[in-house]
Design a protein around this ligand. Structure first.
Ligand code: SAH
Ligand code: DHB
Ligand code: MG
Length: 226
């Protein structure tokens, strides 16, 4: 059945309400972020639940996030962890990190979630010797131009069986524009080129529509080379 009057937002709202994907802690975080003037570029509630389900499917105990913003996706993923689990999230902007810290504390994640503040490319090397590495899951969601570099680091910080998710790779279809000089599009294409040349990654890209428009994510599994 075709439903031409039904908007993508309306379906996300229905799914979110029907499945109870958003509660006070999550909406409080969104409201606090909006009040502080952060852009509304968090994952949607259905996407946040998807990240949490990926984490639960692999019994993730340690998760790395690159790009915290107000910590909305962070809360979704932190909820998927066991009591002794850890999440490290990296954020460039101190103001974003402060809002995220408050949101995470309000949701009860004082110790299990650590926010590292600074450029991800400078902070990732320091995680190689971290007790929380290798990470079972990595969510790449910061500056899009650097996605291939973050993926390269994710390979060093994970193990066979780890899951890596790259957000915002479809970009309203501009992913297919090989002539684009948009650094974000080049980053999204670079993710695909990196994966094509990396036998230790089995991956796909899924387009999405919803309250965040037309975009998509790359899902990759770290495997032993054949
Ligand atoms: N994961 C969040 C959204 C992240 S938005 C959610 O879904 O809820 C992207 C974030 O990446 C922004 O807060 C931005 O400040 C941060 N960022 C941008 N460039 C960065 C860099 N070089 N290093 C670390 N974080 C960066
Ligand atoms: C942007 C970043 C995101 O992580 C996202 O999901 C949507 C938009 C952005 O930088 O515009
Ligand atoms: Mg994103």
């Amino acid at each position: 059945m075709h439903a031409p009057t039904t908007d993508w937002h309306v379906v996300d709202r229905y799914v979110t309400d029907a499945l109870g994907l958003e509660d006070g802690e999550l909406t409080d975080a969104l409201h606090a972020s909006a009040e502080a003037g952060l852009p509304a570029i968090d994952v949607s509630a259905p996407q946040g639940q998807m990240l949490a389900l990926f984490a639960r499917m692999i019994d993730a105990r340690s998760i790395l996030e690159i790009g915290t913003l107000g910590g909305y996706s962070t809360i979704h993923m932190a909820r998927a962890l066991p009591a002794d689990g850890h999440l490290v999230t990296i954020e460039l902007d101190q103001d974003h990190a402060d809002i995220a810290r408050a949101n995470l504390n309000r949701a009860g994640y004082y110790d299990s979630v650590e926010i590292l503040v600074g450029p991800a490319i400078d902070l990732l090397p320091g995680l190689e010797d971290d007790t929380r590495a290798p990470f079972d899951m990595v969510f790449i969601d910061a500056d899009k131009a650097s996605m291939p570099e973050y993926l390269r680091w994710a390979m060093r910080l994970t193990r066979s069986g780890s899951v890596i998710v790259c957000d915002n790779v479809v970009r309203e279809g501009s992913l297919v524009d090989g002539d684009s000089d948009d650094p974000s599009v080049r980053g999204a294409r670079g993710v695909h080129e990196f994966i094509a040349a990396e036998p230790r990654l089995a991956a796909t890209t899924i387009q999405t529509v919803g309250s965040k428009g037309w975009d998509g994510f790359t899902l990759a599994l770290v495997v032993d080379p054949a």
